[in-house]
Design a protein around this ligand. Structure first.
Ligand code: FO1
Length: 319
């Protein structure tokens, strides 16, 4: 039977996993369904951080020092913008430089924004950008509609995801998360068929709340996953109680979940048949299974391309 792999993806962890996966299977057999809840509009430009992180990483062009954006980046546009920053009246976002858009990265947002203004759906634009970078897999946004992850921050109220993540350096306690617009969103073309027709479905090691959460909240996507639960394998983004990158561990605790592979298993249990946990968490395998999820213990920390490829093989049952 022809192999088809569908991956639910957030940002850096998912991008690294996919970079491993393209080493072990034909890229043409892979569909990545990517979170767009982090997307934002600044300077009139539509910015899709997770789509771009996956694209740049698979193209071998990501800025590994920063963890976002392009390698070899320069910042002349941001430096020039800083001159105007103090002139904007209160409440205006004009001239904002807190969210750094590199000169090369700007080209992506310029192209995307123009195409969206011409009426192209985001899925078409993502395909064009991914083709321009020479990628062989299908890269789908979870939806062509606008969905915005909103974060309720203690003592401050609700703010946009990037205001929390970059503006507050994800260091403030979170009391709630909501995906604005998701109930009206439709899965992007190809999303539901990629889930229905996949021979394997993988939930990449991404933040369960703000990266995978928005994807499964798109009407129809959670249901499609539940229907394939036995074939869904997730990789825990939590290793030995800590997130390898980002605020997933704190966020889980703040929202009343356990920041551990067991907490991840309990969250994913309705959708996921198997959870891959790192060897550091081998001692918790029984508790993962008690949550109703098969537990696979394997190295999950992707320190380089070989480790990412090995993790991809594990998720495909080919370790
Ligand atoms: N992350 C930062 O910490 N600071 C930034 O200034 C920043 C700018 C930025 C620009 C484009 C882009 O695609 C991503 C960018 N990110 C930045 C990363 C992004 O905020 C997060 O990594 C993701 O949204 C979380 O997955």
């Amino acid at each position: 039977m022809e192999r088809r792999i569908t991956v639910l993806a957030g940002g850096v962890g998912a991008a690294r996993y996919l970079a491993g996966l393209v080493q072990v299977v034909e890229p043409g057999s892979i569909t990545a369904i990517v979170n767009t809840g982090d997307d934002t509009t600044l300077h009139g430009l539509r910015i899709c951080p997770d789509l771009d992180t996956v694209t740049y990483t698979l193209a071998g062009a990501s800025n590994t020092e920063l963890g976002w954006g392009l390698q070899g980046e320069t910042w002349q546009a941001m430096d020039a913008l800083a001159r105007f920053e103090g002139q904007a009246p209160p409440g205006s976002a004009a001239g904002a430089t807190w969210f750094r858009l590199g000169d090369r990265d700007l080209a992506t947002h310029l192209y995307r924004t123009q195409r969206l203004a011409e009426g192209a759906p985001l899925s078409a634009v993502a395909a064009e950008l991914s083709a321009a970078w020479g990628l062989g897999l299908a890269l789908l946004p979870m939806t062509d509609d606008v969905v915005a992850t909103m974060v309720t921050v203690a003592g401050e109220g609700e703010i946009g995801f990037q205001d929390y993540f970059v503006g507050r350096r994800h260091s403030v306690p979170v009391t709630g998360v909501r995906f604005d617009g998701v109930e009206r969103a439709a899965p992007a073309p190809g999303v539901l068929s990629a889930l229905a027709e996949a021979t394997s479905i993988v939930v990449a090691p991404s933040n369960p709340v703000v990266s995978i959460g928005p994807v499964v909240a798109v009407p129809g996507v959670g249901e499609a996953l539940r229907a394939r639960r036995d074939d869904v394998v997730a990789v825990s983004p939590i290793v030995a109680g800590a997130a390898l990158k980002g605020p997933a561990d704190r966020m889980l605790t703040e929202l009343g979940h356990e920041a551990s592979v067991v907490g991840v298993a309990r969250l994913y249990a309705p959708l996921v048949g198997t959870l891959v946990v790192d060897e550091a968490d081998a001692g918790r395998a029984d508790e993962v299974e008690a949550a109703g999820v098969r537990c696979l213990v394997a190295p999950t920390v992707m320190t380089g391309p070989a480790e990412a490829a090995a993790l991809a093989r594990t998720t495909l049952g080919r370790a």
